[in-house]
Design a protein around this ligand. Structure first.
Ligand SMILES: Cc1ncc(COP(=O)(O)O)c(C=O)c1O
Length: 405
C-alpha cells in the first residue's frame, strides 16, 4: 500500500480498496487525516520524544486531563505504554502487585490473591501475559507450556449468571482480578454479550473485592456506538485498557487508567512497592499529540450522527441477510456488524476467511474475516456509498456460495 485517504487505501498499482475493518480496528477517522497529521508535524518540530521517567511534557499531561473525565468510571491516574497488549500487560501487573502491596502494608488482611478470572473467547493480546488470559486457540497453542492459567468462565448471560455469581462467592477471596472485553469480544469471534448480565457479574466481583479490568482496546472511542462500551454499564471498572482508536490509528500507544484506590497501593517511600514497568517510547509526545487530535475529531459536531448512520446502515443490511439461510447469528453493536457463514466448521482456521478476503480485494474492498466469522468495522468517515459497496460485495459473495454449494 502506498497511500490512504479517508476510508480508501491505494496499492502500488493504483488500485483502491475500501478499508472496511479500519486497518485492524484502529483507523477510526480513516487514513491521511490532515488535522491529525498537522498536529503531529507541529509537535515533531517542538519535541519528538523524551524519556518519561523523572520528566513529563505537555501533550502527556493534557491527554491525561482530557481523557480521564471521558472514561466510564472514576479513574484518576494514567499509565502510558506502547500498544494494546502492553496496556493489558500493565493492567495485570498492577492488579497482581496491588494485592502484594496492600498485604505488606496490612491495609487489607485478606489471604493472598493469585488467581485471575477471564472469559472464554477472549483475546487480550500477543505478549505472554496477555496470551495467558486469552482463550486457548491457534494463537496460543505453540506457547501453551509457558502460559499461566487463569480461571476461564463463559461470558455472562441470563442463564449462567446465577452459577457465575456462586463461583465468585465460593472462590472470590482468591481472585486478584477479573479481565473482560465489555460487550464485544473481538478477535475471539466478534461475540456480543449482554450488558445486564455483565453488570451483575461485575457487581458480584466487586462484592468480593476483585479488581475489575475492562479491556476497551477495541471497543473504545466510539466503536460500540457510545464513547466506551463501559458507558452501557452501571458497574465501573477499577482499571481500563485503551489503544487502537486512541491515536486515531496513527501512532502506536497504549493507556492503562486506574482508580485512586489502585494508585494508593503503590504510593510509598518503599521503592519495592514501585510498579517496575516502562517502555522506551512510554508517553511518546507525538503519540500523545495524535491522541489529543483524535479526541478533537471525536468530540466535534456530527461525530455521533456518523456513528448512528453506520449503525442504521448495518441494521438495514442485517434485514437483507435474513433471506440467506447460509448466514447465521447476525449481530450488531454500534459500528460493528458480524455474522457467520455456514461453510465448513466454525473457527479461525476455516479457510472461508482467506477466500473472502481474496475475492473482496478483487472488488476493491478490504475485509478480513475471523475464519468464517465475517465482520465490518469501518472508519467513521466511510461514506454511505462506500458502505453500500461493501454490502453489495458481501451479498454477491454469499449468493455465489449458495450457487456453488
Ligand atoms: C480487546 C483487545 N485487547 C488487546 C489487543 C492487543 O492489542 P495490540 O494488537 O495493539 O497489541 C487487541 C487487539 O486486537 C484487542 O482486540
Amino acid at each position: 500500500m502506498v497511500k490512504g485517504k479517508d476510508a480508501l487505501l491505494w496499492d502500488d498499482k493504483g488500485n483502491t480498496y475500501i478499508d472496511a475493518i479500519s486497518s485492524w480496528w484502529v483507523s477510526i477517522h480513516g487514513h491521511g487525516n490532515p488535522y491529525i497529521a498537522q498536529k503531529i508535524y507541529e509537535q515533531a518540530l517542538r519535541l519528538e520524544h523524551v524519556i518519561f521517567t523523572g520528566f513529563t511534557h505537555e501533550p502527556a499531561v493534557i491527554l491525561v486531563e482530557r481523557l480521564l473525565p471521558l472514561l466510564p468510571g472514576t479513574f484518576s491516574r494514567i499509565f502510558y505504554s506502547d500498544n494494546g497488549s502492553t496496556a493489558v500487560e500493565v493492567a495485570i501487573k498492577m492488579a497482581v502487585q496491588y494485592w502484594k502491596n496492600v498485604r505488606t502494608t496490612g491495609v487489607d488482611n485478606q489471604r493472598s490473591r493469585k488467581k485471575i478470572l477471564a472469559l472464554h473467547n477472549s483475546y487480550h493480546g500477543d505478549t505472554f501475559g496477555s496470551m495467558s488470559i486469552s482463550e486457548r486457540s491457534v494463537f496460543t497453542a505453540a506457547f501453551q507450556d509457558y502460559l499461566f492459567e487463569p480461571i476461564f468462565i463463559d461470558a455472562p448471560n441470563a442463564e449462567n449468571i446465577g452459577r457465575l455469581q456462586d463461583l465468585l462467592r465460593r472462590q472470590g477471596e482468591e481472585i486478584a482480578c477479573f479481565i473482560y472485553e465489555p460487550l464485544l469480544q473481538g478477535a475471539g469471534g466478534m461475540c456480543v454479550y449482554e450488558a445486564a448480565a455483565l453488570d451483575q457479574l461485575l457487581e458480584a466481583a466487586k462484592e468480593q473485592g476483585i479488581l475489575c479490568i475492562a479491556d476497551e482496546v477495541m471497543t473504545g472511542f466510539g466503536r460500540t456506538g457510545k464513547l466506551f462500551a463501559g458507558d452501557y454499564l452501571r458497574q465501573r471498572a477499577d482499571i481500563i485498557c485503551l489503544s487502537k482508536g486512541l491515536t486515531g490509528g496513527t501512532l502506536a500507544m497504549g493507556v492503562t487508567a486506574a482508580t485512586e484506590k489502585v494508585f494508593d497501593a503503590f504510593l510509598s517511600d518503599d521503592r519495592r512497592k514501585t510498579l517496575f514497568h516502562g517502555h522506551s517510547f512510554t508517553a511518546n509526545p507525538l503519540a500523545c499529540t495524535a491522541a489529543l487530535a483524535s479526541l478533537d475529531l471525536l468530540q466535534e459536531e456530527g461525530s455521533e450522527s456518523r456513528l448512528r448512520r453506520i449503525n442504521e446502515q448495518h441494521t438495514a443490511f442485517a434485514g437483507k441477510l435474513k433471506q440467506y439461510p447460509i448466514v447465521r447469528n447476525v449481530r450488531i453493536l454500534g459500528t460493528v456488524i458480524a455474522f457467520e457463514i455456514s461453510i465448513g466448521d466454525d473457527g479461525y482456521i476455516n479457510p472461508a476467511g482467506l477466500d473472502l478476503t481474496q475475492r473482496a480485494l478483487e472488488k476493491g474492498v478490504y475485509l478480513r474475516p475471523l475464519g468464517n466469522t465475517v465482520y465490518i468495522m469501518p472508519p467513521y468517515c466511510i461514506t454511505e456509498k462506500e458502505m453500500d459497496q461493501v454490502y453489495t460485495f458481501l451479498v454477491q459473495y454469499i449468493e455465489g456460495k449458495i450457487v456453488t454449494r
